[in-house]
Design a protein around this ligand. Structure first.
Ligand code: FAD
Ligand code: DHB
Length: 394
């Protein structure tokens, strides 16, 4: 088999890249380890930056998002028992869209298959070869499907296989510089069949730990609680989850959270991680394969989309004009954005969570920072500008 761009992974990064390349007349094949149903049911991110929304429009996969997505014009920050609104629209003139990552994935898979594009689901033993600068033969993605070995020959490989994929670990350790930070807590997340009772997200800093109020639709609420990084879900029966959510999220204004059947419950560890450079010869890493952010800033999927935007434009420049400049600049361009999102995600995380080891002094400084942000227009604007997503320079 032969194609121009071989893509490993059908998450948001791989699927959007394939769609954008297809629209630009560049062929690609996606090799994915899981089946379609699994990808379409995997509950993850929920907040799209305005630039991500624009990209999905450019890719022509926006119809359902425009109908079902919820435009959000701000968020609430809650601390010391009170909510404070950060009004994105009046501060920076932009909004976000709440639309589940699995819905984006569904729309992208449907669009890909409708256009006759290829996704190889349930590929086993995926490996990459000949992508090094020194290689004299074409890059290859090899995999096994239904017991048969296959080799996909391509001009370039896009490593869009997430944090636990094979592309990044295929590189020699000396080829990558890794920056990492782990946090002493995780998030316990639930999806509940309950009508949202607040129109916007609530990020709550509480003495019992952080809590986040989000949603997926007019009938489904998405909620998170700061917990131990290796929290045992068996110790969290539904009643305990609700009781903790009520305590951390409800405040002095009388607002009440609505309960409903819990559809899904999981624990996510929190880490900041960057591996660079994001290019090695003819292999380009994109999305979680190269970087992870703690979820407090809602940046992970948005960064994956930003990488793919740069990669697609760089590949177009190569195929249309025989010009390698975009591909040569890919890693630096992505990492400049990645580090700003890393900084924002780290900052939001330390602003909103309870740190066991924090001294009373550090705790008061944290509360003062929240007070400053919610009472200063410029403080609020800095948060809003980054939350809705920094602009692209091209
Ligand atoms: P992935 O979505 O991980 O996709 C990688 C794909 O590669 C997967 O389909 C995987 O099956 C496949 N794969 C892996 N290994 C192989 C292999 N060997 N061969 C072939 N295929 C392989 N981000 C936000 O922007 N906003 C949020 O609000 C947000 N909230 C989050 C909440 C939670 C609970 C979690 C867990 C994450 C959240 N994120 C959020 C992060 C976001 O989900 C990720 O950043 C996003 O999924 C990255 O997309 P990706 O395509 O790079 O990687
Ligand atoms: C959601 C997840 C996040 O990490 C976040 O910061 C905001 C919302 C969500 O899943 O809805």
């Amino acid at each position: 088999m032969r194609t121009e761009v071989g893509i490993v992974g059908a998450g948001p990064a791989g699927l959007l890249l394939a769609q954008l390349l297809d629209l630009a007349g560049i062929s690609s094949v996606i090799i994915e380890a899981r089946d379609r149903a699994y990808l379409e049911a995997r509950i993850r991110a929920g907040v799209l930056e305005w630039g991500t929304v624009e990209m999905l429009r450019e890719a022509g996969v926006n119809a359902r998002m425009e109908r079902e997505g919820l435009v959000h014009r701000g968020i609430d920050l809650a601390f010391r028992g009170r909510k404070h609104r950060i009004d994105f629209e009046s501060l920076v003139g932009k909004t976000t869209m709440v639309y589940g990552q699995h819905e984006v994935v569904k729309d992208l898979i449907a669009a890909r298959l409708e256009r006759g594009g290829q996704i190889v689901f349930e590929a086993e033993d995926v490996g990459i070869e000949n992508y090094e600068e020194s290689s004299t033969t074409r890059p290859v993605i090899r995999y096994r499907k239904d017991g048969v070995e296959h080799r996909l020959e391509c001009d370039f490989i896009a490593g869009c296989d997430g944090f636990h994929g094979i592309c990044r670990p295929s590189l020699p350790e000396s080829a990558l510089k890794v920056y990492e930070r782990t946090y002493p807590f995780g998030w316990l997340g639930i999806l509940a069949e309950a009508e949202p009772t607040n129109d916007e997200l609530i990020y709550a800093n509480h003495e019992r730990g952080f809590a986040l109020y989000s949603m997926r639709s007019p009938t489904v609420t998405r909620l998170y609680l700061q917990c131990h990084p290796e929290e045992d879900l068996k110790e969290w029966p539904d009643e305990r989850v609700w009781s903790e959510l009520h305590r951390r999220l409800e405040d002095s204004d009388g607002w009440k959270l609505k309960e409903g059947p819990i559809l899904q419950k999981s624990v996510t560890a929190m880490r900041s991680f960057v591996a660079g450079p994001m290019r090695h010869g003819r292999l380009f890493l994109a999305g979680d394969a190269a970087h992870i952010v703690p979820p407090t800033g809602a940046k992970g999927m948005n960064l994956a989309v930003a990488d793919v935007r740069y990669l697609c434009r760089a590949l177009e420049r190569w195929y249309r004009h025989n010009d390698m400049a975009g591909l040569d600049g890919y890693s630096d361009k992505c990492l400049a954005r990645v580090w700003k999102a890393q900084r924002f995600s780290w900052w939001m995380t330390q602003l909103m969570h309870r740190f066991e080891e924090a001294t009373p002094f550090e705790h008061e400084v944290q509360q003062a920072e929240l007070d400053f942000i919610t009472s200063s227009r410029r403080g609020a604007a800095a948060l809003a500008e980054q939350y809705v997503g920094l602009p692209f320079d091209d």
